[in-house]
Design a protein. Structure first.
Length: 109
């Protein structure tokens, strides 16, 4: 259940972040409401998973997966193509998340 909460938190944050761009500085009502509800849900579900997942691990997974998903939304919805340095940076972040989860005692191993 703890990883389901984390997945819902990540998905909510990605939806909220994607709607943030569409809100056009909170001038569009529907995307603005999605932003507020999405971030509210994201932090609520993150708080639930923090009962059983160490904070550093949860945040590493949240940020790594979130960066990839937000980048994909940017590519598909907003036609924002990341350049090579951006792709390398994202890969390094994901490598860090993987290292923490596989090798760190903090990850429960």
């Amino acid at each position: 259940m703890k990883f389901l909460y984390l997945f819902i938190a990540i998905l909510s944050e990605v939806i909220a972040t994607s709607a943030l761009k569409a809100s056009e500085q909170f001038t569009k009502p529907v995307p603005s409401v999605i932003v507020v509800l999405g971030y509210g849900a994201a932090f609520y579900f993150l708080s639930l998973c923090l009962k059983t997942i160490p904070m550093g691990i949860a945040y590493a997974i949240w940020s790594g997966v979130g960066i990839v998903l937000v980048t994909l939304v940017g590519v598909v919805v907003y036609k924002q193509t990341p350049d090579l340095p951006a792709v390398i940076g994202i890969a390094l972040i994901l490598a860090g998340v993987l290292i923490i989860n596989v090798f760190s005692r903090m990850g429960g191993h």
